[in-house]
Write a protein that binds this ligand. Structure first.
Ligand SMILES: Nc1ncnc2c1ncn2[C@@H]1O[C@H](COP(=O)(O)OP(=O)(O)O)[C@@H](O)[C@H]1O
Ligand SMILES: [Mg+2]
Length: 277
């Protein structure tokens, strides 16, 4: 098959049309074609195309209100769209294991459940044996080196601990794709450093396809394999910058020439985009 053929392109052979409709470029996990989204009279996305690579971390960065949350909400299946197609290796969102971490952990964790029961909660929807469920939970607690008592209720935990619980709840199902919407924006610096480090380790080990929205350019670059820079509305991809320095990346990474080069480039593109009339 012609490797430049976009998904959704008309197939020369009608009998083959369903197959070509679901074709995706090799190494791509999420394929977005012709995506259109309007809120009342505001067009956020108009005929928007994007490929998200498999097993990589993509940071999403762009002007305030450009539609970062809207984008990951549509991809993850939370929000409907007006036109277009979003597929995960040819599958629909409903046939894909998805994890989602909300910005506002206070609204995301269940206040009536202990931390451990919050984390365990999604496992009931998976068809796996009880022993395996416990084993998964134990592995996850170990990977995150959880130091506080998981029998606490959310009101007994700090904000960072609550967000850690909500991250672990998203990961316990071993999602194929993980979405995070500014997950660290309301937390203190020490907790942010810890969560970035742990999350990076788990995601790299598992090779989970990840889309992370961040309004902090340092964070967006630091955690990314690719930095997706968006324009003002109607939103386009301004640029997709690769960042491939080895992991684990730490606070020291932000001092390296490779980091500074990529961040400077991202900032130039961002400033050029926000200055456009
Ligand atoms: N449910 C909604 N109804 C109307 N407008 C919305 C709704 N959700 C978002 N918007 C608008 O769409 C634009 C993009 O929103 P959002 O995706 O939250 O931006 P970002 O996350 O990039 O800051 C904003 O102008 C916002 O006001
Ligand atoms: Mg947002």
């Amino acid at each position: 098959m012609d490797s430049n053929l976009p998904i959704g392109a008309a197939s020369p052979d009608a009998a083959d049309s369903e197959k070509s409709h679901r074709w995706y470029p090799e190494g791509t996990h999420i394929t977005i074609r012709g995506l259109t989204k309007r809120f009342q009279d505001a067009t956020i996305y108009d005929d928007f195309d994007l490929d998200i690579p498999k097993g990589k971390i993509v940071s999403v960065f762009g002007p305030n209100g450009c539609g970062k949350s809207t984008l990951i909400n549509m991809i993850s299946g939370i929000l409907p769209y007006d036109a277009g197609q979003i597929l995960f290796e040819g599958k629909e969102a409903r046939d894909t294991r998805i994890g989602y971490v909300f910005q506002n952990y206070r609204e995301a964790v269940f206040p009536w459940m202990r931390a451990i029961d919050n984390i365990r909660y999604p496992l009931q929807y998976l068809d796996i044996a009880k022993g395996e469920r416990q084993a998964r939970l134990d592995r996850l607690v170990e990977s995150f080196e959880v130091k506080f008592d998981l029998n606490r209720y959310p009101y007994q935990m700090s904000g960072g601990q609550q967000q850690l619980v909500s991250i672990m709840r998203a990961l316990v199902v071993d999602p194929e794709v993980l979405f995070l919407d500014e997950p660290f924006s309301a937390l203190d610096y020490e907790m942010v450093m810890f969560l970035r480090e742990r999350l990076q380790k788990v995601l790299t080990e598992r090779q989970t396809t990840t889309m992370l929205v961040s309004h902090d350019l340092d964070e967006a670059v630091l955690l990314a394999d690719e930095v997706l820079l968006l324009t003002k509305r109607p939103t386009r991809v301004a640029e997709n910058l690769p960042f491939d320095v080895p992991r684990p990346r730490t606070a020291d990474t932000t001092l390296s020439p490779a980091f500074i080069t990529t961040k400077t480039r991202a900032l130039e593109i961002f400033q050029r985009e926000v200055r456009k009339p």
